[in-house]
Design a protein around this ligand. Sequence first.
Ligand code: MIG
Length: 765
Amino acid sequence: MPQVFGKLPTTRQPWISLGNVDHIEKHDRGVILTCGTAKLKLTILAANLVRVQLAPQGEFLPRRSWAVNRPDEEWEQVPFELEENEIRTSQIRVVIQRSPCRIQWFDQSGQPFAHDTDMGWRMGQIACWKRIETEEHFYGFGERAGLLDKRSEVKTNWTKDALDYDAIDDEMYQAIPFFITLRPQLTYGIFLNITHLSQFDLGASEPGIWRMQAQSQELDYYVIHGDAPAQILETYTALTGRMPLPPKWALGYHQCRWSYETAEVVQQIAHEFRSRKIPCDVIHFDIDYMNGYRVFTWSPKRFPDPAKLIQQLKQEGFKTVTIVDPGVKYEPDGDYLPYHEGLAKDCFVRNADGSLVYGYVWPDKAVFPDFLRAEVRQWWGEWQRTLTEVGVEGIWNDMNEPALTDRPFGDEGVHIPFPMDAPQGNPGEGGTHAETHNLYGYNMARASAEGLRQLRDQRSFVLTRSGFAGIQRWSAVWTGDNQSLWEHLEMSLPMLMNLGLSGVSFVGSDIGGFAGNATGELFARWMQIGMFYPLMRGHSSLTTAQHEPWVFGERVEAICREYIELRYQLLPYLYTLFWQSSQTGAPILRPLLYEYPNDSKTYHLHDQLLLGSYLMAAPVYRPGVECRAVYLPEGTWFDWWTGEKYEGNQHILAHAPLERMPMYVKAGAIIPMQPVMQYVDEHPIAQLKVRIYPGVGEFTLYEDDGRSLNPDYRTTTFQVNDTIVKIQPSHAVRDRTMLVKMVGVGEQSVSEDGSAKQLNFHSHT
Ligand code: MIG
């Protein structure tokens, strides 16, 4: 097989198109169609979820669905009707066209979607073509540069170190072969369950047709129908898994740099945060904490006593996260144990001929664990003890696409891929690197998460650069090496929203930009919208100027402080959104189309963001700009800062001097808030402040200890109808009162004795 670098190899071979249906045979969850030598299998897993598999030679290979969290047998059997050429569930109708064999899909009102126009195969490739309907738009696709809607573009699924990426780039660090299409009243999702190199062409070659193609023997994809994107994501994450609730501290502000290179520098950074009263929870240690970039070591010179340092940080309320790269230094002569033990236990990837695979990366010549094997993940996870035993509470996985070069690191090496035929996984359970490349980062993150779970009897934080569909089960994701440019600030918005539409909720981009030098103005604007990022981390590269909140002078520092403080005030709301996401897969950061899928004005809106369904930001992402257009969808909206009321379905011009990021709240919004703290749970909350906006709405606040794996929790359900508020708590809360503020109307203090309450706000109060 030729080596591929993310582009599908071109072949002149013509496609062999799937022929006529010879016969239809029922199985307990659907049908198998025989078409000459080929077989097409439809499996009904839910009323809105159907799996489609095409085996050109008529034999379905045992599928290694590494990313699928719920295999077919585990779905509850759903009723469906089968009549000659038609399958009906309570939500969709699937029509089998017999000559040639094509599948057509309809919703209950008879609207078509996902109609096959062709299906076929040729030398090692498989593909399916479907019709694009008028007004159809395409979202998701994991982590992608560019704007929100991907129609007319080509999206390749192949993880790669997307160093210096730009709007025009295709493949990036994550490969998530999933998308959602949307048009008024109809939305559906496609999950291509293939880990091999694959590609979506969304009308680029043929305007009215989209194509999925993979370097695989067999086609395997799921069609998910929904009445709105929310239902698609709920089903998609039932299939690929959901984010477990992270530790609450991970929702605080994270400070990172490549690198805070000595213990003294780290202490100084921590000291600056506390003395300047800028809230911060986490400090990340980049590669220079290690001894010569050997994973699971500490530099004796720079960090002579990590346990003591981390303990001091802990006392000041900081958590420590360390970077861990996959490349293990190849060091046959030394006594570097991760190498020797890994070799003795045969943990590293080997070539087809049995020799070790190696490449050059930070520690220079390095070997790579085969994370596809459970025992290797276990071994690696256990090595993290060297970090957790000195107090590390989170792991940051980098370079796991995997990124490597072909000669000593730092030379002008070319990036070489792993040998595509290197076997990974245990015999019978694994595949070649060509098949499992996209899973490398995914399984490394999995090893980190599983290991931390065993080592620490509480929730930990894992952050990964690379991943595949389902990565949300194991890790948060950041968008790699962005640049300190206004264009990258802007691009982070659709990038993070599309990740959210791909099931990955805990996401962030490096605030201030990783590469290059931010101006104070750029940094301030970035920090403002960074407050909305589910993962709020500032980071900067080795050769850039410092990028901490205070380095740009007092004015920018004050802005950073204000928005980070607002982040901490919003934590009860934000933490509840994380909980919702862990239950339903709903994104935390959402494009407006998620909430208003029938409003086509939202379809290209890449520069307005919703945190949950209530709070909207319209950030400024150009220098010198002090006002911007804001679209308010249907309903009534309030200005977050002034309380001014607007009717929706219109554009307004927002005033946005540097101190102000325009923010709006929907009528009926319920936003529980807490006092500013310097770090999460610095002290118990004496008063919970609940901001409510007159209208109709409901919100269930979720609270727990923020750290236990199976915590006791309490919920408080708020319902607002005009200016009447009903409160239904699950438990009493000791030593806390609640101040309920009906914005523009009045406020009332309420005891939290556990009883249900009804509050009436009258305009004269
Ligand atoms: O070759 O660890 O994206 O966040 O600071 C660069 C050093 C390796 C790339 C990551 C970046 C990190 C940097 N890493």
